[in-house]
Design a protein around this ligand. Sequence first.
Ligand SMILES: Nc1nc2c(ncn2[C@@H]2O[C@H](COP(=O)(O)OP(=O)(O)OP(=O)(O)O)[C@@H](O)[C@H]2O)c(=O)[nH]1
Ligand SMILES: [Mg+2]
Ligand SMILES: [Zn+2]
Length: 302
Amino acid sequence: MRSTGSWYDVRTEQGSILQCRLKGKFKIKDLKVTNPIAVGDKVGYELESETENTGIIFDILPRYNYIIRQSVHKTAHGHLIATNLDQAILIATLTFPRTSLGFIDRFLVAAESFRIPTVLVFNKLDILTDEAITYQEELASLYESLGYRCVFTSAINDVGVETFRNLLKGKVSLVSGHSGVGKSTLINAIAPDLDLPTSEISTFANKGVHTTTFAEMFEIDPETFIIDSPGIKELGLADIEKEEISHYFPEMRERLGECRFHNCMHIDEPKCAIKDAVVEGTIAESRYRSYLSMALGEDNRK
Ligand SMILES: Nc1nc2c(ncn2[C@@H]2O[C@H](COP(=O)(O)OP(=O)(O)OP(=O)(O)O)[C@@H](O)[C@H]2O)c(=O)[nH]1
Ligand SMILES: [Mg+2]
Ligand SMILES: [Zn+2]
């Protein structure tokens, strides 16, 4: 459920929480990570002390997926954010702070590569102008057409909160997005007892202040778990080959094989079905721009 240094909160089958440590040294095969266990992991444990409520983790069960980001300190290593997820919920705000389309698309590509379904939640509806609301609705219809469910919320005005709650039912969900978009506020809105800390974003930098500092899973009911996580700037695309990127754009994936060259990168090759679709308007320009930025290896933080 959470890890603090060398201690891990393990939820037992009975639903109680046991403070556990790792037995000896753990080597995770084929995965270079700074943290051996992450929120969402299913582990084998044994009770150490009943009076002190402690245990020892001796096994990590196979993960059916995981989401990882580049470690800040060791660049060759990743940091596991969470594992065994049914879905990721990307909280985005058009303003205060601004979530760029480049960021949304990179997140979606990363989640596709991890095979994690993603829902887009556009929060802070209450501070948008009418023009911005119209634009946000256009964005949502674009992403809905690609198969990503979109929801509009105002966590502080209780708009869309019921829809948000229903999205989570019976699933393990990771809530992600930039710092300050309202991840913790939204979780508080559906589970006020959690009383998670939240703070105002800095008006000077128009950015969040990283109030949540580590990922933690909460039980909403015995079938429903939600993971609050620290704000991210970027999810690394470290393990994705350039040739693979288009496979993680659903609208490109369905056209693969239609280009003249089987190894077409859809950049400047002739008779490219993807570029044709952009010209025709059946692939959105913003999506193609995000694709180009990823394929050309740009650091897209626009
Ligand atoms: N106007 C408005 N403000 C909101 C809304 N949701 C959250 N906020 C405010 O946005 C600020 C940041 O919210 P948090 O919940 O701390 O954001 P977070 O995404 O958890 O941020 P980190 O933990 O730093 O990643 C707080 O001041 C919230 O009150 C909303 O729907 N509308
Ligand atoms: Mg938070
Ligand atoms: Zn092509």
